[in-house]
Design a binder for this molecule. Structure first.
Ligand SMILES: [Mn+2]
Length: 373
């Protein structure tokens, strides 16, 4: 075999110029259900360019690479590889560890096609823009049904999310996740840091949980979630990303994280939104999420709610792995493990507090990050 074949695909650049983007192995099948290839994926993003850019424009974007297509394992690459085209833009971010990275900063659809060439199926942007990488301009409500929970329950919880957002002065824009869930994003003023945004998201999650305790949960530990929909407030922490609007997700049929109207959300079957169907839909009805950038809302009312919760004794909840223990956060160990650890400690009185079973067990088995997006 010779060198891998490649083509050059013309994509519109940020200034209206045409950018030739190199695409290697264009005929490689990425979505086996109908056989869409890498080139089909690139053409898909060209077809929905305005919508896809609305989700990622000027946002630090993680490369989640599936070089062998949707049914193989991905790997995350946060840093843009040193060898890249001159026109490619990057943005420097700081991770919770304090380390830095230059991540992809899509300013036009050519950047997205460049990512497709690396095997990125879905786009995973931070909730900030490059003008201010420490203050999110998007509140993200990620609804994750636990195993066995039907989609109709996610729809019901989403309707509650909409109401709680509106009660607190925010407008939510829903989209299917392209997997089993629903995402609701709200544009906010870039005035609060990640910690405050996560605090607001936790207050929202608890408010929804209070309304429909049998359907929704804010509980981080799997054993406490029950057969409910997790409102994953931790997606608002620093360096957490959720698949953006019009992202094609890694499943054989190439389901899309598709913006919909609220009415549509309650009726539509998410299986109908795929790499094969969404371009025609986009051409015909445009983007139901087009107005998301029109108004930037305030988090103040949700933060007041958070303060009331805290005054009533509701503390912080666990943070994602890789975060240093936060002020106000309790022991980051699943309640059942904590119980076992206390029992073990009582039995083995010789153990020093510094090597308590609870600490060991927390170190040995950090909680897994929940589904990305
Ligand atoms: Mn999710």
């Amino acid at each position: 075999m010779g060198a891998s074949p490649f083509i050059e695909l013309d994509a519109p650049g940020v200034d209206g110029e045409t950018v030739a983007v190199r695409l290697s192995n264009p005929d490689k099948v990425f979505f086996p259900a109908r056989g869409e290839t890498k080139l089909d994926l690139a053409r898909y993003y060209l077809a929905v360019a305005d919508g896809a850019l609305r989700g990622v424009r000027e946002r630090p974007t993680v490369l989640k690479r599936y070089p062998d297509g949707a049914t193989a394992e991905p790997f995350f690459q946060k840093r843009v590889p040193p060898k890249h085209p001159d026109w490619l833009e990057t943005v420097r971010v700081t991770f919770p560890s304090g380390r830095h990275a230059d991540e992809l900063c899509p300013v036009d659809i050519a950047h997205v096609i460049w990512a497709v060439n690396l095997g990125c199926l879905d786009l995973n942007p931070w909730a900030v823009r490059r003008s201010d990488v420490d203050h999110p301009d998007e509140l993200r409500v990620d609804l994750d049904p636990q195993p066995g929970v039907p989609y109709s329950t996610v729809q019901s919880v989403a309707a509650q999310v909409r109401e709680v957002l509106e009660e607190h002065g925010l407008v939510g824009f829903p989209k299917t996740s392209g997997s089993r869930g629903i995402h609701v994003n709200s544009r906010i003023e870039a005035r609060w840091d990640f910690t405050e945004c996560r605090r607001a998201a936790l207050a929202l999650a608890r408010a929804v949980e209070r309304r429909v305790p049998d359907l929704a949960t804010s509980k981080w530990w799997k054993e406490e979630r029950g057969d409910r929909v997790l409102i994953d407030y931790n997606q608002n922490a620093r360096d957490r990303t959720v698949a953006s609007a019009y992202s094609v997700r890694a499943n054989p049929e190439g389901r899309v994280s598709c913006p919909v109207t609220w009415d549509e959300l309650m009726e539509a079957d998410p299986a109908d939104f795929t790499i094969a169907t969404v371009p025609a839909r986009f051409a015909s009805i445009g983007d139901p999420g087009a107005a998301i950038d029109d108004v930037a809302h305030s988090l103040e009312q949700l933060l007041e709610l958070a303060a009331r919760d805290e005054a009533e004794g509701l503390g912080d909840e666990p943070w994602p792995p890789h975060f240093a223990k936060q002020e106000g956060e309790g022991a980051r160990v699943a309640p059942s493990r904590a119980k076992k650890a206390i029992a073990a400690k009582t039995k083995t009185a010789r153990k020093s507090p510094g090597t308590s079973a609870a600490k060991k067990s927390a170190k040995r088995s950090p909680p897994k990050p929940s589904e990305q997006g």
